[in-house]
Design a protein around this ligand. Structure first.
Ligand code: BGC
Length: 388
């Protein structure tokens, strides 16, 4: 009996606690009230398809928190303060690890590869030998094929309160890619709200590699509506136009005078509906921008993105020559997010620092070849702050 009363009391306290964490109605005083999402290890789960998975929580001195998991080496949540100081989850994802193990899952937060983005017709040639990769996106290979890295169960080499290092070795000819490719990806979360992702890889055979992170961001908070009123600045005077299957034509075209001109900050929605062949091909923005060489400390300032309601600012700095801007055009209420909302059309966007799509077939693009004995190493930094 005593136990029952204790349970009742505990249950009541839990319900009380849970109701505090329920999304509340948005108010003018605090526009971020709807935006809390909280992940916890117990409900996240510890197995996916029979393999061990874990939620890694990196919490910094100010309480801002990055959530990661080894399944797909994914970023599954990122709580940063808005302009009022309210912690807001700016990354889309699921509250359960098992939800990521779904072919219809839209690549929420993983490391994609070994070749992120597209390879035309699933074919490329190295030293006269042609390699074939699965065509999982119309006639092309997307994000490493059907069994790309997003479904890999990465090992954890090191984890502490500030960083996690994931490792994984793809066997030779996995999804057609040559070489046993050994990868190491370190996520670190600093006290001044900077998320750094450092990628390294080696291969025992000549291969191609293009690793990036595929997080969907909504700086007003996950599930808070479209990203069309976010302000975006892209530090790129050129972009790579595509054909109808989203493979670059090979041209580096000026953005000036086109909807692709984000050199002066504008809302994403401003030109997205313009009558433009490239926007029709992408169903919106789904294009690689050629980053201006602004390198400071070896990194190009790629983008500055601002959430219109929260004032949350994300700047991306990268060693990569390009960034894919995908405005969530294929989203459409297919999955349920952490906070119970669905992934409606354009309610998240991806900004993926990377080499240009289809580089293995485009001799004029920066090379993505990795030779045995060489180490692939690249770094991108996502800096979070707020407007005043
Ligand atoms: C691609 C989109 C694709 C999306 C999948 C992006 O990197 O550019 O075309 O639909 O990934 O989530």
């Amino acid at each position: 009996m005593k136990r029952n009363i204790a349970n009742l009391f505990l249950g009541g306290a839990l319900i009380g606690l849970m109701s505090c964490q329920q999304p509340q109605k948005q108010t003018a005083e605090n526009p971020s009230d709807t935006l809390h999402t909280i992940l916890d290890s117990a409900s996240f789960g510890s197995k996916v398809a029979g393999k061990d998975v874990k939620l890694y929580t990196l919490k910094n001195a100010s309480g801002s928190t990055a959530y990661l998991t080894n399944f797909g080496a994914r970023l599954v949540g990122l709580m940063v303060p808005d302009k009022h100081g309210t912690l807001t989850d700016v990354v889309l994802g699921f509250d359960k690890a098992s939800s990521y193990n779904n072919p219809a899952e839209p690549y929420f937060g993983p490391i994609v590869g070994p070749f992120g983005n597209r390879i035309a017709k699933g074919k490329f040639t190295l030293d006269g030998e042609t390699f074939t990769t699965p065509t999982n996106n119309g006639p092309n290979t997307l994000h490493g094929g059907k069994k790309g890295l997003h479904f890999a169960n990465w090992e954890v080499k090191e984890a502490n309160a500030k960083m996690v290092t994931f490792t994984y070795t793809l066997p030779d000819r996995h999804e057609g890619f040559p070489g046993n490719i050994s990868m190491e990806v370190t996520y670190s979360w600093s006290d001044n709200n900077e998320l750094t992702i450092h990628y390294q890889a080696t291969s025992d055979k000549k291969t191609v590699i293009n690793l990036t992170n595929h997080a969907y961001f909504n700086l007003n908070g996950e599930g808070s509506g479209t990203i069309l009123d976010h302000q975006l600045k892209v530090f790129a005077d050129k972009y790579t136009p595509v054909d109808s299957t989203l493979i670059p034509t090979g041209e580096l075209a000026p953005v000036k005078g086109t909807p692709f001109d984000f050199t002066v900050s504008k809302t994403i929605g401003k030109d997205i509906e313009q009558d433009n062949q490239q926007l029709k091909f992408g169903k919106g923005y789904d294009h690689n921008f050629v980053l201006n060489e602004t390198k400071v400390d070896g990194l190009n300032h790629a983008v500055t993105l601002t959430g219109d309601r929260t004032g949350i600012v994300m700047e991306i700095y990268t060693q990569e020559p390009g960034i894919q801007f995908y405005s969530g055009n294929f989203m459409g209420n297919k999955v349920t997010l952490k906070n119970g909302k669905t992934d409606s059309f354009r309610t998240g966007l991806c900004l993926e620092p990377q080499h240009f799509p289809d580089s293995p077939n485009q001799p004029n693009f920066p090379s993505t070849v990795l030779n045995p004995g060489d180490t692939y190493s690249t770094k991108s930094i996502y800096k979070f702050s707020t407007t005043k």
